[in-house]
Design a protein around this ligand. Sequence first.
Ligand SMILES: N[C@@H](CCC(=O)N[C@@H](CS)C(=O)NCC(=O)O)C(=O)O
Length: 230
Amino acid sequence: MKLYTGDLSPYSAKVRMQIYAMGIDDITFELPASFFMGKLSEVSPIGRIPVLEIAGGIIPESEVIAEYLDDLYPDRALLGDSPEVRAQVRLISRIADIYLMNNIFMSLPQMNRKTRIDAVLDVFVKQITRGMGALERHIGDGSFAVGEHLTRADCTLVPALFLCEKSVPRLDVDNPILATTKVANYWKRISQNEFAAKVIDEMDRGLTARLDGTERKQVEAAIAKTKSSD
Ligand SMILES: N[C@@H](CCC(=O)N[C@@H](CS)C(=O)NCC(=O)O)C(=O)O
């Protein structure tokens, strides 16, 4: 199998963390030049990463890929042992995905102070703050987001909290994690977990490459290579 993934992409990082934690070793990682050329939709109609290529087709959408991997390796699934725990894991993952990552993503064009529309930024910041408030109430205070074992809740939360910490301040808004207690404690704890630390390192590498221009050069080189082989 092949995962179309990018270092900084939080939705991809979520799936990578699950792959590492489940010990799946038959998935290769790749970021095709078509993604940067706006042509990923030729492979996957949604046109976004991550995408999992399997024998006979593709699976897009991080949550769908996550469910697929758990279904494929049920003995290593990261969903928990009872219907109640599984509901809790799905809930935390959903809060991280829909109320945090999605709203943060939608707010990113407002980073540019010259073109920023304050009313638009305001809408997203309110939604992010509201999502963080919900997470603060739902997250567990054990070793992991739900109970005492790493689950898919952690795999979604780690990239979401990374994105929150690194991106929201660049909108001239305080990092919303700082206004929490349970989430802030969780973030400190989970950063020490080996699988979380691995994806945090990868996302940091992606952020550095984005900010220092390395990513742009890599993209230009990949596009040039694709065009010359056409
Ligand atoms: N709901 C999707 C979101 C995926 C997503 O937005 N991926 C971003 C990168 S993190 C992307 O591919 N953006 C490219 C685009 O919007 O064209 C998922 O869970 O996989």
